[in-house]
Write a protein that binds this ligand. Structure first.
Ligand SMILES: Cc1cc2nc3c(=O)[nH]c(=O)nc-3n(C[C@H](O)[C@H](O)[C@H](O)COP(=O)(O)OP(=O)(O)OC[C@H]3O[C@@H](n4cnc5c(N)ncnc54)[C@H](O)[C@@H]3O)c2cc1C
Length: 470
């Protein structure tokens, strides 16, 4: 029946009709589902290789999570590093990605991004993205400065991509047009996408190649509960379109999935201000105490890992407490005070009273921390400790958020989607958060910048592969 449908559809296309009753049909060399970072990069790359491209975006705007991101992408051997005399290598870059995932990730994927990041960063620069190398503080887990931040952050990158897409006559963008499923022929070859127009009409896009760039499943509560229950209760900082569509369709066709437990969280995050708190206030010696008055982790951890720790405390929150010296070096504190979210006291007992936690417990936590400072290592093996812990003390409520997931469809290094038996699904490609990625399970394994790295490097590869029908 599907074959019949396909024949009808193809016939309609060949007869050059574009509208048949309520059933519209379009044709393209490449159809890209999802108009975020990976989708726009894939579309531009496919068009650059000579393909006619249609991009479907279910929201009324382009950008997805990429637009919400910090616009930070790591790359090794860039001229920005060279200008500052920073030595780096693909080996060191790959190792920094492998280490938090305990070397469980696929080597071919990690080396593909490590090898290609510099070229993709320069290609984006050629389109108009302006990069600055982030220096000052090394991100936890990164052994050198290799994070490059785009002017205007994620929104800045999307502005540049959208500008280039608009200028490109080979790319047609359809907003408010969700893809609803894949079209295959009886041989299992993907022939395009079924979609729905903003008027609720059916739309069929017949294409030689289909690229899934629909991102992950952070906005799909059922999938979150199934695959990443350790982050349930996190503040929702993910893109609304990340409902797992591409993963679900791929699996229906027999695609393999992997790393479904991988995600990026962030802490400390303020529910009241709906924005990040200063992570470095923790690194400068701040501590986290939960509502019961218990300290529960070494606070000198990556932001994603801290997110998981806080979300698993009562009511998914903790109090971030800093002392007088730390306060002097925390410029954001004045803004938090102005917003009325800071409690301040000269003793742990007074602070505890204001926070509604048992005073004796907070006193014990403070005494224990001071003992750890004296010894150079505390009971959570924290050795990054302040010189002293002196009043006045300041406390701010913090939670962890969920930003995106990183598990999904298994692909090869040409971005072709693979079945559970390792065979490719002909005609189907995928890039970005919809794919398995390379950060391994859980939030703690997330390495800063790998979300955009996954989207941009594999978006570029997917666009090229799809145009050439590799
Ligand atoms: C607040 C925040 C900060 C972040 N900061 C960073 C950072 O600094 N560095 C970093 O590396 N990563 C960061 N990330 C992660 C990064 O943004 C993502 O990993 C990356 O943007 C994923 O790109 P993508 O193209 O796969 O998804 P997206 O950019 O989300 O694009 C997917 C698009 O597909 C659309 N879509 C979904 N389903 C359909 C459908 N059925 N039909 C049509 N369209 C569909 C969505 O609406 C969306 O527009 C951050 C994420 C967030 C939320």
């Amino acid at each position: 029946m599907l074959k019949n449908l396909l024949c009808v559809v193809l016939a309609i296309v060949l007869l050059s009709s574009t509208l048949v009753g309520a059933q519209s049909v379009m044709s393209a060399d490449v159809v890209v589902v999802g108009g975020g970072g990976s989708g726009l990069v894939a579309a531009l790359s496919a068009a650059e290789a000579g393909a006619k491209v249609v991009v479907l975006e279910k929201m009324a705007y382009l950008g997805g999570a990429t637009m919400m991101s910090g616009g930070v992408m790591p790359a090794a051997g860039t001229r920005y590093q060279e200008e500052l005399g920073i030595e780096d290598s693909v080996e060191a870059f790959a190792r920094d990605i492998f280490r938090p995932g305990h070397y469980s990730q696929r080597r071919d994927l990690v080396y593909t991004v490590a090898n290609n990041a510099k070229d993709v960063l320069e290609w984006l620069e050629g389109l108009g993205v302006k990069w600055t190398l982030v220096t000052g503080h090394l991100r936890i887990g990164q052994t050198t400065f290799r994070n490059h931040e785009a002017e205007g952050k994620g929104q800045g990158i999307i502005n540049v991509l959208v500008e280039n897409v608009k200028k490109n006559e080979n790319i047609t963008v359809l907003l408010d047009t969700p893809g609803v499923g894949l079209i295959t022929d009886t041989d299992g070859v993907v022939r395009g996408v079924a979609a729905r127009t903003k008027d609720g009409e059916d739309l069929t896009i017949i294409a030689d190649s289909t690229i899934l760039c629909t991102s992950g499943f952070a906005a799909n509560a059922e999938m979150v509960a199934k695959y990443i229950p350790s982050i349930i209760g996190a503040y929702p900082m993910f893109a609304p379109g990340a409902t797992g569509d591409g993963i679900i369709w791929g699996v229906k066709l027999g695609a393999a999935v992997a790393n479904m437990g991988a995600y990026q969280a962030y802490a400390p995050f303020s529910r009241e201000l709906k924005q990040n708190l200063d992570l470095y206030a923790l690194y400068r010696g701040g501590i986290l105490v939960n509502k019961n008055g218990d300290r529960f982790t070494n606070e000198y951890l990556g932001y994603s890992e801290l997110g998981t720790h806080i979300v698993n405390q009562p009511d998914h929150i903790a109090y971030m407490i800093i002392d007088a010296e730390n306060a002097k070096n925390t410029p954001a504190l004045a803004g938090w005070e102005a917003a009325g979210i800071v409690k301040k006291a000269d003793t742990p007992e007074e602070l505890a009273e204001q926070l509604g936690i048992p005073p004796a417990k907070l006193r014990a936590v403070f005494d224990d921390y001071v003992e750890g400072i004296k010894q150079g290592e505390d009971r959570f093996n924290r050795t990054k400790l302040p010189k002293e812990w002196k009043p006045p003390f300041y406390a701010v409520e913090a939670t962890g958020d969920l930003r995106h997931t990183q598990g999904g469809l298994v692909t090869d290094t040409d971005a072709r989607v693979l079945k559970t038996d390792g065979e490719i699904i002909p005609g189907l490609y995928a890039a970005g958060g919809v794919t398995e990625g390379f950060t391994s399970a859980g939030g703690p394994a997330y390495m800063s910048g790998t979300g955009l790295l996954q989207a941009f490097v594999f978006g570029r590869i997917a666009g090229q592969s799809a145009a050439l029908r590799k």
